[in-house]
Every structure is written in C-alpha cells, then in structure tokens.
Design a protein around this ligand. Structure first.
Ligand code: FAD
Length: 410
C-alpha cells in the first residue's frame, strides 16, 4: 500500500479475472451475491472443488449484498436458527484473516430495546437462549441503558423505553468488502466469476440437472446451486418449482456524514426501525418492508415517512441530519421468516434462499453450509433444519418472531 501510495496508485492489478464462460464445469452457482460467492469460496477451500463457475446476471455485489444495512449478529431464539447464526458469527470473527481482506467487522454491540414488561420477558428468554448457545447477551435496565445511549428519548409517553438486550459481539461489517473479499479469494482458487451472464433456463434430463442456458450460451454441469435471493421464485420456476417465497422491497437510508455519535447498532422495539453509524459518519437506518410484492430495487414514499417518524420518535436529534440517499433491495420472504438450504427433487439441483431481510449476517455460514451440502450431499449440522419440505408437511417450522405466516408481522 505504501508503494502504491508513493507511486500515485498506478500499479494496482485486477482483484479477480474476468473470464468468458467455458462450456463445461463441475458445478455452477447461479447468483454472484454474498451467498453465491461464499459458496464458491468454501467449495474450493474446504472441498477442493475448483472447476466452478459463478454466473451473475449483473455485476458482483450489485444485489442485496451491496444494498443492506450491514448488521451482523447472532441473537436468534429458536433451535435451528440459533446454532446457525452462532456458527456464522464465529466465521465472521475470523473472516478478514481467512480471506486476507479487511471486511471491517466492527463488533460494536447490538442493542434491542424493549418497551413493556411482556417484551422484557421475551428478551430475557431470548438472552438466555443466546447464552445457552454460547453467545453473549446482557440485559440492561433503563438506568444502565441511559448511560450507554443517552441520546434516546426515554420519556416518550407513548413508547417509554424500559431497557435493552445488549449483544456485545454483534455489530456491522463493510458489505461490499465482503463480496469483494470472497470474490478475490474464490478467483485465486480457480473459480470463474462470470459477470453479465444471466441464467435463462435450467436443463434437466431424466430427473437430473445437466446444465443451464444463459445469455452467453449453454453451460453444462452436473451440479447447480440456485443462490439468487429476491429472484429465487423466477429461477426455481425454470426447473418447474413453485417456491413458498414472495419477493418484497426493503428500503435503507443514509444521512450526510456526521461526527461519531452512535457507537452501537440500535433496534427499536415498538416499530421496525434500526440504526447505526457507518465508518464514513453517515447514519444508516431502515425499517419495514414496503409490503407489496415487487422486483423493483427502490421503494415507496409511505414507507419513507414511516421510517423517518420512527427515527424521530426514538431519537429526536436525528431530525437535524439530512438524508443523502435511499435505495431498495428485493427480499426473498418465506412464510416463517427462516431460510432454505436444501436439495431439490431434481438430482444435482440445490437451493439456497429465503433469507428475508437478515441474510447479510448469514453470508459466511450459508456459504459454508451450502458448499458442504453441494459437495457431500449431506446437510451441514448448523443448517440442517432449513428444509424446503417443512412448508409442505408443517413439521419443523421455525417461527422466530412468533408471528405465523403473516409477512407483515415478521
Ligand atoms: C435495504 C436492505 C437492508 C438489509 N439489511 C440487512 C442487515 O442489516 N443485516 C442482514 O443480515 N441482512 C440484511 N439485509 C438482507 C441481505 O442483504 C440479504 O438477505 C442477502 O444479501 C441476500 O443474499 P445475497 O447477498 O446472495 O443476495 P444478492 O446480492 O441479491 O445476490 C443474488 C444475485 O443473484 C443474481 N441473479 C438473479 N437472477 C439471476 C439469473 N437469472 N442469472 C444470474 N444471476 C442472477 C442477482 O443479480 C444478484 O447479484 C438487507 C437487505 C436490504 C435490501
């Protein structure tokens, strides 16, 4: 870096190759988002599979992996989710060393606020589940919380803050660095990252996958993984599948750069609102889904209004900040709010989707477990409950928020 700095930054080389697709691979990953890139990396690193193509219809990192609010945490309650996110957080903690890429993991602590006795009891249970899982949780009463986060409005008559559940190891990471780090490390192990290559069909013969049709021609492979987040329903339909997934928009917002003021991730318990401050100083925040199915990557004004109102309710001081940008991403929402990592009825065709609005923190764990499944045909223990079948049988549903199949209550 020193040499480049002194030399006018003229000598940097490409971080990964830009290959044309070959006609044949051992495995194809459809989708060059966080989960697809991580899957390719762990296939190469953990299982020695190197003859892989990641096919991305746009550019690497142009999907949700570069659009999220970067929160990383392992504060899930239910068995099935709890061990998976715990595994993923441990991978996060070694990721910069593993990829030799600064993913800027900042374990600044995630605080989930509660506003009633009932909500506090629910957080006590959640905190105990986290501790049982080996993760960390600290219950803060109102006084302790006021010392930690003095700028919140504690005296709001409508939503008084009773306290918060602190998850010290939670925090944020730099989202595009995660995509680039996995991309470079996969490329270094021989994986072909093929951009501007849209998959338009999946070739199946006698119940076995044979390859894919793309905007750059047919490509053969005996194993194909679908990892396309908000486009999961469309791509699975190419293999004749109808998924229990709806695509919805989620918006995010960032303000102009400010001096350091918010040194945690804070999530409001009486509305879907959460906020943190980026390393560049912008306040990064978001709220609920827009609540109509769509493939647009931008949202609507009523949700903008709701998010701003929630922010002002929680910390009136942010009314002083100017919002610089807002954007949207396409969420693959499942009825129980939990993901799918599974085989399909077609031999050699695998599915990874349903991450809803929480899939960034899952990137390392999901890639690790999906690579394990694709390479060995065995489910990886931490992700073993993410079966597609649960939506048909009703057995093993994981309803993290206790809100049933109501999307708008997740
Ligand atoms: C506003 C917002 C805030 C969020 N905040 C958080 C957060 O704070 N914490 C958290 O954990 N999660 C968060 N998420 C969720 C998280 O970003 C996603 O769950 C996760 O990124 C999805 O996985 P991915 O990275 O693989 O998706 P993507 O990056 O969307 O990757 C899928 C890729 O598939 C490609 N593709 C689609 N169709 C095809 C095709 N036919 N052929 C080839 N390629 C195709 C797409 O172009 C895309 O690049 C947020 C999401 C949004 C939008």
């Amino acid at each position: 870096m020193l040499r480049q700095g002194l030399g006018g930054n003229q000598g940097w080389t490409r971080q990964w190759r830009n290959p044309d697709p070959r006609p044949d691979y051992d495995m194809i990953i459809i989708g060059g988002g966080g989960h697809g890139l991580a899957t390719a990396y762990y296939l190469a690193k953990n299982h020695g599979v190197r003859n892989i193509a990641v096919l991305e219809k746009g550019w690497l990192g142009g999907g949700n992996v570069g659009r999220n609010t970067t929160i990383v945490r392992a504060n899930y309650y239910l068995p099935g989710n709890s061990e998976f996110y715990s595994h993923s957080l441990k991978l996060w903690e070694g990721l910069a060393q593993d990829l030799n890429y600064n993913v800027m993991l900042s374990q600044r602590g995630v605080v989930s606020l509660f506003h009633s006795d009932g909500q506090r009891d629910a957080f006590v249970r959640r905190g105990n589940a986290m501790i049982n899982q080996g993760d960390d949780a600290v219950l803060l009463d109102r006084r302790a919380l006021r010392e930690l986060l003095p700028y919140l409005d504690y005296d709001n008559g409508r939503f008084p803050i009773y306290g918060g559940l602190l998850h010290p190891r939670g925090g944020t990471a730099r989202h595009d660095a995660v995509a680039w780090g996995y991309a470079r490390a996969a490329d270094q192990r021989g994986v072909d990252l093929v951009q501007n290559c849209e998959v338009t069909g999946i070739d199946i013969e006698n119940g076995k996958v044979r390859g894919v049709q793309t905007s750059r021609g047919a490509i053969r492979a005996s194993k194909v993984g679908i990892v396309v987040a908000g486009r999961s329903g469309q791509v699975a339909a190419m293999a004749g599948m109808r998924l229990p997934v709806e695509s919805h928009i989620l918006q995010a917002f960032v303000t102009e750069g400010l001096k350091p003021v918010i040194d945690h991730v804070i999530s409001f318990g009486m509305g879907h609102f959460y906020i943190s401050q980026s390393d560049k100083g912008g306040l990064v925040f978001g709220g609920d889904l827009d609540f109509y199915a769509s493939y647009a990557q931008r949202g609507n004004l009523p949700r903008v209004e709701q998010v701003m109102e929630a922010g002002m309710t929680l910390m009136p001081m942010i009314g002083q900040a100017r919002v610089l940008r807002s954007w949207g991403g396409i969420m693959d929402m499942t009825p129980d709010g939990s993901p799918i990592i599974d085989k399909t009825a077609t031999e050699g065709l695998y599915l990874n989707c349903g991450w809803c609005y929480g899939g960034f923190k899952a990137v390392p764990g999901s890639g690790y477990s999906f690579a394990h499944l694709m390479a060995t045909d065995q489910h990886h223990a931490p992700a073993a409950r993410f079966r597609l079948e649960r939506f048909r049988t009703g057995i093993g549903l994981m309803d993290e928020e206790g809100t049933g199949s109501q999307h708008n209550l997740h």
